[in-house]
Design a binder for this molecule. Structure first.
Ligand code: 13P
Length: 355
């Protein structure tokens, strides 16, 4: 498979009006989300939950790809079909999380380095054989008065470059995810500054590792004030700062940008994406979503671990997928939300990832 074939997969993932569902929570992270709602986390209950997401009527129209976790890519549906095939048969491209988590970075208190490069070539080959066509690696950058340190930024950027090169060698499209966390009291200006520094380092590392930029997708965080910031920001401010930062630091060769939601309320994540797509000015890349919590939270809440709620959970997912599909075209309106009245902000939404 050439880089042209990989670029075609990237283009498929960025199809008009579609985005990516991130359903790759580790067992630990999903167990925490289940615990918050009193749902028992077992291999079986996690499979039931994922199967519910992957078979939701009306969602596939707006979902081009799904990111799976290692446990899920090996699981079968209740009807005995591999979940990967359940996705492929609906025209949804299966993807796989391949990092092994953010671990404490030595000599850098409060900072992490994402691990998983050892043995990665073989794992990628195995996942490709199982039907995965793209991969994800999440680097985590924390903002504080003296953070991030240059060492943390360069170590994480280097790992993203090594990962992306290995993915392309093994015929998977790498999703390159440098997440600048929303946690903290920083301003939107500081978020823009740090996001710019991180993106600059990441693209330098990708070029050093000879990654074909036409065959990656970038999964950044939006430029947004910290959750403890005393100065609230408007949707318009977030959209303007985010697009300005991306315009300065993301080469035009990259086919697509798919945002993570990072703990934003689900409807706000949709409104931000929509506002970014409505902004005038040059946008050389397509801009869509690769949300985890902002797509799943209302569905998880509706399901609550009970079979009798599976249908309403699927409707909740389809509703978020439809709204975000519209936001990826810049045609989302608040009226589209009337069907989901009553969907609030679950207490567990702000829980981050352990991995
Ligand atoms: P959130 O949208 O919940 O931030 O998750 C996206 C993701 O894949 C993080 O790695």
């Amino acid at each position: 498979m050439s880089n042209d074939d990989l670029a075609n997969i990237a283009t498929t993932l960025m199809a008009d009006g579609k985005g990516i569902l991130a359903a790759d929570e580790t067992v630990g992270t999903l167990t925490k989300r289940f615990d918050a709602l009193g749902i028992r986390s077992t291999e079986q209950s996690r499979r039931t939950y994922r199967e519910m997401l992957f078979t939701a009527t009306g969602a596939a129209e707006f979902i081009s790809g799904v990111i799976l976790h290692d446990e899920t890519i090996r699981q079968k549906s209740s009807g005995g079909t591999l979940l990967v095939q359940v996705l492929s048969s609906q025209g949804i491209v299966p993807g796989i999380k391949v990092d092994t988590g953010a671990k404490p970075l030595a000599a850098a208190p409060g900072e992490t380095i994402t691990e998983g490069l050892d043995g990665l070539r073989d794992r990628l080959a195995e996942y490709h054989g199982m039907g995965a066509r793209f991969a994800k690696w999440r680097a985590v950058i924390r903002i504080a008065d003296t953070l991030p340190s240059p060492g943390c930024v360069s170590a994480n950027a280097h790992a993203l470059g090594r990962y992306a090169a290995l993915c392309q060698e093994q015929r998977l499209v790498p999703i390159v995810e440098p997440e600048v966390l929303m946690d903290g009291s920083h301003s939107i200006e500081r978020s823009e500054e740090v996001t710019g520094i991180v993106l600059h380092a990441v693209f330098q590392a990708l070029l050093e590792q000879r990654v074909s930029l036409e065959a990656i997708l970038l999964k950044p965080s939006m430029v947004i004030a910290g959750t403890e910031s005393p100065r609230p920001t408007s949707v318009q401010q977030v959209a303007t700062a985010t697009l300005r930062c991306l315009g300065r630091h993301v080469p035009a060769a990259v086919p697509g940008i798919v945002f993570l939601s990072g703990g934003q309320r689900d409807q706000l994540a949709t409104a931000h994406l929509d506002a970014i797509n409505r902004l005038p000015g040059p946008k050389p890349w397509k801009i869509s979503f690769s949300y985890g919590r902002a797509l799943q939270d209302p569905a998880l809440e509706a399901w609550h671990g009970r079979d009798e709620n599976l249908r309403s959970a699927q409707q909740a997912l389809a509703q978020r997928a439809r709204c975000n599909g519209a936001a990826s075209r810049g045609t989302y309106t608040e009226e589209m939300e009337t069907k989901s009245a009553g969907v609030g902000t679950p207490a567990h939404r702000r829980e981050g990832h352990d991995d």
